[in-house]
Design a protein around this ligand. Structure first.
Ligand SMILES: [Ca+2]
Ligand SMILES: [Ca+2]
Ligand SMILES: [Ca+2]
Length: 156
């Protein structure tokens, strides 16, 4: 009886650890990601992520950053992420919470961020090669929405 209880509770614990994602999102770690096919201006991409109960991706760790960069590289696309210096030039903050990025996740390409002519590059993409660059927010790029993965229930 004791053994049976142990097995059952173990299964419940394991089951509770199974994480799932909404349709059109892929699971990596504890987050779900939607890699868009359409191209949008930055603010439109933000709005679309919000409508999908998500937000433009926030890179919290080097592991997460490496995953997103790998996807951009594999797909050979540029993707907006949720980092900008819209509020204060040169001060990079995540949209979702206003926090600055932790230094170890920064993956700027050489010469970036450069706020290039006309000095109005305030939004960040992960480029095809996986490095980050600042671009004008009115550019049309694909984008990555992120949301927390949710437990799928006690039956894995
Ligand atoms: Ca994240
Ligand atoms: Ca800027
Ligand atoms: Ca730039």
């Amino acid at each position: 009886m004791m053994l049976l209880l142990t097995i059952v509770s173990t299964q419940i614990l394991l089951g509770a650890c199974d994480l799932g994602c909404p349709v059109a999102f892929v699971l990596n770690g504890t987050s779900c990601y939607h890699f868009s096919h359409d191209q949008e201006e930055y603010t439109s991409a933000m709005d679309i992520c919000t409508r999908l109960d998500s937000y433009l991706a926030e890179v919290d760790s080097t592991i997460e950053g490496a995953f997103l960069s790998e996807q951009a590289h594999n797909n050979n696309r540029k993707y907006w992420i949720g980092l900008s210096d819209i509020l204060e030039e040169g001060v990079w903050r995540w949209n979702i919470n206003g926090d600055p990025p932790v230094p170890e996740v920064l993956n700027w390409a050489p010469q970036e961020p450069n706020n290039w002519n006309p000095g109005n590059e305030n939004c960040v993409v992960i480029k095809n090669d996986g490095h980050w660059g600042d671009y004008e927010c009115k550019n049309y790029f694909q984008y990555i929405c992120e949301t927390e993965a949710q437990p799928t229930g006690i039956i894995g």
